[in-house]
Design a protein around this ligand. Structure first.
Ligand code: NIG
Ligand code: FE
Length: 434
């Protein structure tokens, strides 16, 4: 298991959150196991005038403040407890950001300007920009510096309410640099109270030195990167950018097969720039297909019958200045389980903010605020296969919570570009208090 929980070693003070105006529990729905779909995306399990008690990094009780104050244990131990008076604010499960690329060195400002002047994503890539232009920086930077960069991102994410995040490698593209990137993720995770799930994205793009020999590079991914990452428990998932200009469907299957052989889960960047037929991939039981701008109707039907999550990353469409966004309504109405993520990366989505991603799916993709919250919490947890411990506020789950300085949860996506997150608690540790 790659998810890193250094706070396991810490002794947690009990934490008591009281006088919560709206507590969005996202509690399990009776008789409905699995990720949320269709109308269930709107069921937030709200408790008003609520309280939550956390002990040893876990949630132990959830209910009204009135009932919590009658708890004999709390009455006896009140002095030992860190008490957070929420004064009518909104509390949500800590966000699960299930798709990020935090291991890079510099922002891509030249690409930013070129795109403003009209160049497309593919034109920029062909001119030497894009993913490949972040590779040199990662290759020549030491693990410690990369880890510091990742940690900075983790802390900023926590300040916006994220307590669990997926972190991909993918800008090293050599065995050594991909493993170094995963080590940097592990090191940063060990210094952050939240939970990090690591993903090997060696198949992000074919590196320059393998130009015209993509099969050789795929073999490097399958024969060297995946076995080493698995053996050293550096990654829990393997991701592939399956699209024109990156890897073909056949190459993706080859990489998925290698991941499966070494016991790693699979996920993929799919249908971002062009349509790929998804049906052949279901035999690998992918955790998620991400982007999904060009998915076909037959595959939508398949997705509605599987637990593979369609992860929406609207930050990429926004930052690339696209007028079209993935068809969230069509996916949701067909019963596809959707999650929402930032896709934090230097090329297409330099945002760390889940509330910003939520605002985008509401305004550009016509998802309701409730659907945006569910996609950012319990369904994100499903996308990372951590739904047994993350994504909802229920006794027994990890104490991951975010307090927002608003009176109504719909304000979280409403106040776009502003950070209303007042307190973040990750695995029972107060990690941000602004
Ligand atoms: O999710 N599509 C591939 N990967 C990233 C882009 C990474 C980059 O441009 O650096 C994405 O959008
Ligand atoms: Fe991505």
């Amino acid at each position: 298991m790659t998810s890193t929980r250094k706070s396991d070693q810490k002794i947690h003070s009990p934490v008591f959150l009281a006088d919560i105006g709206q507590l969005l529990t996202l509690r399990s729905l009776l008789g409905k196991p699995g990720p949320r779909r269709g109308p269930d995306l709107k069921n937030l399990g709200i408790i008003e005038n609520a309280a939550v008690l956390c002990l040893a990094g876990k949630i132990v009780s959830v209910g009204t403040t009135k009932d919590a104050l009658r708890d004999p244990w709390l009455k006896k131990n009140r002095k030992k407890v860190i008490e957070i008076d929420c004064a009518g604010k909104v509390v949500v499960p800590g966000f699960v950001d299930s798709h990020t690329h935090p291991v890079f060195v510099s922002p891509r400002l030249v690409d930013f300007e070129k795109r403003i002047e009209g160049a497309s994503y593919e034109e920029i890539a062909k001119a030497g920009g894009g993913i490949r232009s972040s590779v040199e920086g990662v290759r020549k930077t030491g693990k410690r510096v990369l880890a510091d960069k990742v940690l900075t991102a983790l802390c900023e994410m926590a300040a916006c309410g994220t307590t669990t995040m997926e972190a991909k490698s993918g800008y090293g593209l050599t065995v050594e640099s991909e493993l170094k990137s995963l080590e940097a993720i592990r090191e940063a995770a060990s210094r952050w109270p939240g939970t990090v799930v690591a993903t090997l994205l060696g198949a992000h793009v074919v590196p320059k030195e393998f130009q015209g020999r993509s099969q050789n590079y795929v073999e490097t991914v399958c024969i060297e990167m995946i076995p080493q990452a698995a053996r050293r428990k550096l990654a829990q998932f393997v991701d592939v950018f399956c699209d024109k200009g990156a890897f073909t469907a056949a190459e993706t299957e080859q990489i998925f097969a290698a991941a499966q052989e070494y016991g790693l889960g699979v996920r993929a960047h799919m249908c971002q720039l062009s349509e790929t037929i998804l049906r052949p991939f279901f035999r690998f039981n992918p955790a998620s297909f991400d982007h999904m701008d060009h998915v076909n109707d037959d595959d939508i039907l398949h997705l509605s019958k599987h637990d593979t999550i369609a992860t929406l990353v609207p930050g990429a469409n926004y930052f690339l200045g696209m007028k079209d966004y993935p068809q969230a309504r069509k996916l949701i109405d067909a019963g596809v389980p959707v999650a929402l993520a930032t896709d934090y990366n230097p090329g297409t989505s330099p945002t760390l903010s889940m509330p910003m991603a939520m605002s985008l799916v509401c305004t550009q993709m016509k998802m309701s605020p409730a659907e945006a919250i569910t996609s950012s919490t319990i369904n994100g947890a499903w996308a990372l296969r951590v739904a047994n411990s993350k994504g909802s506020i229920e006794p027994g789950k990890d104490a991951d919570l975010a307090v927002f300085a608003v009176e109504d949860y719909r304000e979280i996506p409403y106040w776009f570009g502003a950070n209303r997150c007042a307190v973040t608690i990750a695995n029972g540790t107060v990690t941000h208090s602004g």
